[in-house]
Design a protein around this ligand. Sequence first.
Ligand code: ADP
Ligand code: MG
Length: 284
Amino acid sequence: MPVTNLKTNPIVVKDLVKTFGEEANLVKAVDKICLTVEPSEILLIMGPSGSGKTTFLSMLGGLLKVDSGQILLDGEELTELSQSALANIRATKLGFVYQAFNLLEALTVKENILLPTTLIKQDRSQVIQRCVHLVNQLGLAHRLDAYPKTLSGGEKQRVAIARALINQPKVILADEPTGNLDSQSGQEVLMLLHDIARDHGVAVLIVTHDSRVEEIADRILWLEDGKIVDRKQETHNWVKDPVCGMKVDEWRASFVATVEGTRYAFCSERCQQRFMAQPKQYLD
Ligand code: ADP
Ligand code: MG
């Protein structure tokens, strides 16, 4: 008996490979990745620049042809589908969220959100009902008639999330969704993605550099040179920023200070400076 029922897992990947270039210039961007994602799971994909994160996500999204291997999306083998079948699966089972938001500037918020609903036949009144529910959940109800250029970065990304969800996908693929946001809007967007995974039963795959995101993840996939590497515990030492209380990784923090033989790590230069001005205020 198989341990997991392949039909019900939103994503099952087997031995996925993608190379670019030839001979001396050959790059194994994705090198035999295997992965099974559960419904409602929040999976972070982390790794240095060039490690294959975008290539991997693009193949999962049916946007890039695989060299070899299998991708089962909600039980359907993506790599064997015709272009039109693939387009249909993308419209019904996948939602995309990008770093650059990719909203259409000439359309209002509401029109942007509803755009994917025109790709498939469905009951209009149910679409409108879902739209109302989503804009309320995402705090966009007062912005429905606004144009993207009048929105903040955080609002734009929330519109993109609503657009990604409107067709009730099984999977959301988000490539650096907080890359163009300040840290507070970034946190908010991540919290929303977290709530959405739970409330809508959607699996959410997020590519990110931001280690603060780790708190909301069920699992982290580390990529290096196109391969999954096991970097679970040994690469982190979580400590509290003594000034703001935020969780920071002492081993990788850019802002650290040693006072009376004890090392402290900070989320930002600002917290470090505040601490150094009056360390005693923050130590008890
Ligand atoms: P990441 O998103 O982790 O930064 P990418 O998936 O963009 O990494 O890239 C992985 C590797 O594949 C890199 O070495 C990159 O230069 C290479 N690569 C990605 N896309 C292409 C392409 N279209 N043509 C040639 N090389 C590519
Ligand atoms: Mg990338």
